[in-house]
Design a binder for this molecule. Structure first.
Ligand code: UD1
Ligand code: UDP
Length: 358
């Protein structure tokens, strides 16, 4: 069995890391194909280095562009290495443009496609990610659904039951495999002069939030008000998309501490000690649930409803007053929820299934 693991962005590298480790430890025939969608050191190489991952055999260097440019470039450039290597399966993870293009190219070459994190839906087609999720699921041969809920979504869309496997989410493996190391290394907390439960951590980068000036300025207003109300630092490791937009607005603030995107171990540390995390990231909604830290999601919907159901997460939208209300509600809740995304062996389960079925 020859496996091609396709990655393109920060969350794909982090969530594929348990599968890469599993392939390595079982001495399987595998290679990593990087689309180059993310390329800045702190959005890409830092994770290969820190998580000690096998380096990509191919990097398509597609870089940034419009939705169509990026998706089209990956689709064209990925065909050649896939044809040359002719793997038995292409594994893709999540909902990015790299995922859709990788799945489409492979399926047209009659190579089997395995979608890790299948069956998530926000039911918001304004998000490029939602289009990628739906299309990818419908051309995949193996659908690795994190929960029973995501499995049922796929069944209700007419996908054959025998293609769907509930495996949990590999983010749990990733958090468990790295948290112990992260806990020993409290550098970032000291470096930023923070104290446990006395700061808020923020990440905002979704296109529908940051490319919309009105929405993004509302979020920033909410964050400034939060700082004034609690007098706690607001730490915001800023994604390059968001940085570009903030610079274009000429926005400056004394109440928000913008820092460069940081490595995974330091980010886990910041999440694990924050009073609450405010985010529009998918991965961060899951991690806060796993780490038992309160999360406010700065969106109107989520494709991770399990986090709302267990009570780790609350949707605030972008109204500044609603953001404060949601912080007040979520920080008063007991942090006693169960993590619905599995017990940290998703990578093993996925590779077991492939070894049995392929
Ligand atoms: C992409 C995914 C999104 C995911 C996010 C993870 C799609 C449609 N979106 O969004 O689902 O949540 O990755 O972080 O696939 N840039 C850099 N350096 C980089 C990468 C990007 O400076 O390494 C800047 C460029 O100005 C670029 C912008 O960020 O135009 C956006 O990058 P892009 O890959 O288009 O989308 P993301 O917002 O990163
Ligand atoms: N993350 C990180 N450093 C940061 C911000 C986030 O390592 O400065 C990690 C975070 O722990 C999570 C992943 O990046 O595992 C989430 O990626 P992102 O928010 O970019 O994408 P999404 O999950 O929304 O697709």
């Amino acid at each position: 069995m020859k496996i091609s693991i396709v990655v393109g962005t920060r969350p794909e590298i982090i969530k594929m890391s348990p599968i890469i480790r599993e392939c390595k430890s079982r001495n399987l025939d595998y290679f990593i194909l990087h689309t180059g969608q993310h390329y800045s050191y702190n959005m890409d190489k830092v994770f290969f280095k820190q998580l000690e991952l096998t380096l990509p055999k191919y990097n398509l260097d597609v870089g940034s562009g419009t939705q169509a440019e990026q998706t089209g470039k990956i689709l064209i450039k990925i065909e050649k290495p896939l044809k040359k290597e002719n793997p038995d399966i292409v594994l893709i993870e999540g909902d990015t443009n790299s995922v859709l293009s990788g799945a489409l190219a492979a399926s047209k070459l009659h190579i089997k496609v395995g979608h890790v994190e299948a069956g998530l839906r926000s039911y918001d087609r304004n998000m490029p990610e939602e289009i990628n999720r739906v299309l990818t699921d419908h051309i995949s041969d193996f659908l690795f659904a994190p929960t029973e809920k995501s499995k049922n979504i796929l069944i209700n869309e007419g996908i054959e039951k025998n293609k769907i496997f509930v495996t949990g989410n590999t983010i749990v493996d990733s958090v468990y495999q790295n948290l112990e190391i992260a806990n020993k290394n409290k550098n970032i907390i000291k470096k930023l002069k923070l104290e446990k439960d006395s700061y808020f951590l923020v990440t905002v980068h979704r296109q529908e939030n940051v490319d919309n000036k009105n929405r993004f300025l509302n979020i920033l207003k909410g964050l400034e008000n939060l700082n004034k109300k609690f007098n706690f630092p607001i730490i915001y490791p800023i994604h390059p998309r968001s940085k570009k937009m903030i610079e274009s607005f000429g926005f400056k603030s004394k109440n928000i501490s913008f820092i460069e995107p940081i490595d995974f171990l330091n980010f886990l540390q910041l999440e694990n000690n924050a009073k609450a995390v405010l985010t529009d990231s998918g991965g961060v909604q899951e991690e806060t649930c796993i780490l038992k830290r309160p999360c406010v999601t700065l969106r109107d919907n989520t494709e991770r409803p399990e986090t709302l159901e267990v009570g780790s997460n609350i949707l605030s939208g972008v109204n500044p007053d609603k953001i404060i209300d949601c912080v007040n509600i979520i920080t008063k809740r007991k942090k006693e929820w169960d993590n619905p995304f599995g017990n940290g062996n998703s990578g093993k389960k996925i590779i077991n299934i492939l070894e049995e079925k392929l």
